[in-house]
Design a protein around this ligand. Structure first.
Ligand code: ATP
Length: 324
């Protein structure tokens, strides 16, 4: 293998740049020519692919976002789109790929490998932490810390006015961000997609809590089965039926994706990036380079996509116990 290309795809996450840097520099260190594909599968289809050098990734390890930009590509989901992508890669003599993204990105990479056979290793770049085969995903730690900083600020104003705050964090299908913020931010409740939310018991507990506490923080993952934070707040308010209680909603939204990556995300991105190159050179393909129990491991894309990473039930119990 002499030429490889790297791209970022799906939702961006802080630490993707550290990962790109590690891919480029490890590749060059190991004697490869490295190319960068702009805007994920979109750029692969359009042939937006450029040679990268060591200096191409200078001064980016501390930056959020991705210098290669990211995109969602409908065309790559079609056989015609993937054929165009393959032709662009072969025209440049690219013999290996590093795909940095989430489960959608790995699904695309798996389909592409099965059709055209270009060896591909993935790196888990998503804030959601919902990928099997790695303890943490690149960007999760930064997103949690960003959300936590916001929750700390909300707590000040919640306490000052004796308010009940519903704080919505990202997590359409997974509650990892909500659980971590809930523990770190001292939330009274955390609502996540993985568990059924029992509205009546939340209302009952809130009424009891109000006797001992003047304010409450409820962290809601955007994909909770009862709806978003706004909808849940309306339901709770109707059931509590106390005009003296004030309810507020804050949706944190895209600030959770931005910002300088934490040390953990920079280190994780760097380790997974180096692991991707070394995996490709060792003949690995159709798999992800991740970190489990502090060891670099390779997990087949089929498991990363097909297996669910469960929430730790001890963490959910911790929230209940510590909120009394
Ligand atoms: P995140 O979860 O952080 O948003 P992701 O990688 O899961 O990241 P997606 O938007 O789900 O983000 O997927 C990224 C891209 O992967 C899609 O825009 C599409 O181009 C490609 N992709 C996803 N599923 C398939 C598929 N079944 N076949 C081909 N390509 C796919």
């Amino acid at each position: 293998m002499k030429k490889i290309a790297v791209f970022t795809s799906g939702g961006d996450s802080p630490g993707m740049n550290a990962c790109i840097r590690a891919v480029v520099r490890t590749g060059i260190f190991r004697g490869l020519e490295v190319y960068g594909i702009q805007r994920g599968y979109e750029g692969m289809i359009e042939g937006d692919i450029k040679r990268m050098h060591s200096h191409s990734v200078s001064n980016i390890i501390q930056r959020g976002g991705t210098i290669l930009k990211s995109a969602r590509s409908m065309e790559f989901k079609t056989p015609e789109g993937r054929k165009k992508a393959y032709e662009n890669l072969t025209a440049l003599g690219i013999e290996g790929l590093v795909a940095i993204g989430g489960d959608g990105t790995f699904t695309g990479a798996k389909v592409f490998f099965e059709e055209f056979g270009i060896p591909t290793v993935g790196c888990p770049g998503t804030i959601d932490n919902d990928i099997y085969g790695t303890d943490f995903t690149i960007g999760f730690d930064t997103a949690v810390n960003t959300a936590l900083e916001a929750i700390d600020k909300i707590r000040d104003t919640a306490a000052a006015h004796d308010r009940i705050f519903f704080v919505e964090v990202m997590g359409r299908d997974a509650g990892f961000i909500a659980v971590e913020c809930g523990i770190g931010g001292g939330a009274e409740f955390v609502m996540v997609p993985e568990t059924k939310t029992d509205l009546n018991s939340v209302v009952k507990s809130l009424k009891n809590l109000r006797k001992s506490k003047s304010s409450s923080i409820i962290v809601v993952a955007e994909g909770d089965d009862l709806g978003n934070a706004d909808q849940i707040m309306t339901m709770v308010k109707e059931k509590i039926k106390d005009p003296s209680k004030e309810f507020k909603v804050t949706t944190l939204g895209h600030i959770q994706r931005g910002g300088n990556p934490t040390a953990r995300d920079r280190v994780l991105g760097s380790r997974c990036g180096m692991g991707a190159i070394d995996g490709l050179l060792a003949g690995k393909t159709n798999c992800m380079s991740g970190v489990v129990n502090n060891e670099l491991v390779y997990t087949p894309f089929s498991d990363c996509i097909g297996r669910t990473k469960p929430l730790n039930p001890d963490h959910l119990a911790l929230i209940d116990i510590l909120s009394i």
